[in-house]
Design a protein around this ligand. Structure first.
Ligand SMILES: NC(=O)C[C@H](N)C(=O)O
Length: 330
């Protein structure tokens, strides 16, 4: 019998439509329903018995914590079913890396969960959605994709949902991992080269079935001439942790240090990340005395991924040492 793959559709450009075939960048996201997406790629039937569910129909920049919870709980329920072998999630590309990492942390299953999007709407010349969707379904249907954590299948690559990030906003090769892809997918066949080193899915201490709300975690950007205004505003509006999207090695401007120490004194967790493009790697006690200030470093996670991990971790602990352990391990 064929493997059963469920496609959970959430919107994005892969469900987008533009006025003309020349509109590769000017179009409306989240227009085409999942049944039409599936009907558009009849070859899917060759690799799996596919059925679709429309979970949301939104552009991914509008994803909220509530969307993450709803989607996560649906994925968790489906992977427990004996008649489901793999899950594909169609998703806008803007926050795809966040949702992929979230699911990688909270879904207790080794069944393949594969996120996919496209950079061009289906109405455009050289639209990339059809092939990406075909490859994502083929990847999710394959036994060899099990146990590798949540995956992203785009542009012939299989990337870890933990590492992958949208690196450019136009080209189809937009998704890259700073540490390289796990494998390639060509003509619907997976070729693996490496495995994730960090804890995920079945080896994670987090479980979506036990999470019913997520705390607010904010991100503030480090740059020249910066003040502590944004950090303080985030804390005042209820953020339990603030990700410092820092310069370089998560460095913190002289003008901001005192404000962050004050916020930490009030109980807000301060997490140093970096906004350098090729993947920041923030070292503890380098640039700033984290032990002394009781701050946390985000390791190699970019600011938006650090937000996801902090949000999930804070459902279990408010202890900064525990948070730091979690940032090393996931
Ligand atoms: N390429 C895309 O999917 C971009 C779109 N803004 C989205 O994230 O929904």
């Amino acid at each position: 019998a064929q493997p059963n793959v469920v496609i959970l559709a959430t919107g994005g450009t892969i469900a987008g439509a533009g006025a003309e075939a020349t509109n590769s960048a000017t179009y409306q996201a989240a227009k085409v329903p999942v049944d039409k997406l599936i009907a558009g790629v009849p070859e899917l039937a060759k690799v799996a018995a596919v059925r679709g569910e429309q979970v949301f129909q939104i552009a991914s920049e509008s994803f909220t914590n509530e969307h993450l919870l709803t989607l996560g709980k649906r994925v968790s329920a489906l992977v427990k079913q004996a008649d489901v072998d793999g899950i594909v999630i169609t998703h806008g590309t803007d926050t795809l890396e966040e949702t992929a990492y979230f699911l990688n942390l909270v879904i207790k299953s080794d069944k393949p969960i594969v996120l996919v999007g496209s950079m061009r709407p289906g109405t455009a010349m050289s639209a990339d959605g059809m092939l990406n969707l075909y490859n994502a379904v083929a990847a999710a249907a394959a036994k060899d994709a099990r146990g590798k954590g949540v995956l992203v299948a785009m542009n012939d690559e299989l990337n870890s949902g933990r590492d992958v990030s949208k690196m450019i906003n136009i080209q189809t090769g937009a998704f890259k991992s700073p540490w390289g892809p796990l494998g390639m997918i060509v003509e619907g066949k997976n070729y693996w080269f490496r495995l994730p080193a960090k804890r995920h899915t079945v080896n994670s201490e987090f479980d979506i079935d036990k999470i019913d709300s997520l705390p607010v975690v904010g991100i503030a950007y480090g740059h020249g001439n910066v003040a502590d205004t944004a950090y303080k505003a985030l804390a005042a509006s209820g953020a339990k942790a603030i990700i410092h999207a820092g310069t370089g090695n998560g460095s913190v401007a002289r003008n901001v240090v005192a404000g962050l120490r004050e916020l930490r004194g009030q109980g807000v967790q301060i997490i140093r990340s970096s906004h350098v493009n090729a993947g920041g790697f923030v070292l503890r006690n380098a640039e700033q005395p984290d032990d002394q200030y009781d701050w946390v470093v985000a390791h190699d996670l970019n600011p938006q991924k650090a937000r996801i991990l902090a949000t999930v971790a804070l459902t279990k602990t408010g202890d900064s040492k525990e948070l730091q352990r979690i940032f090393w391990e996931y």
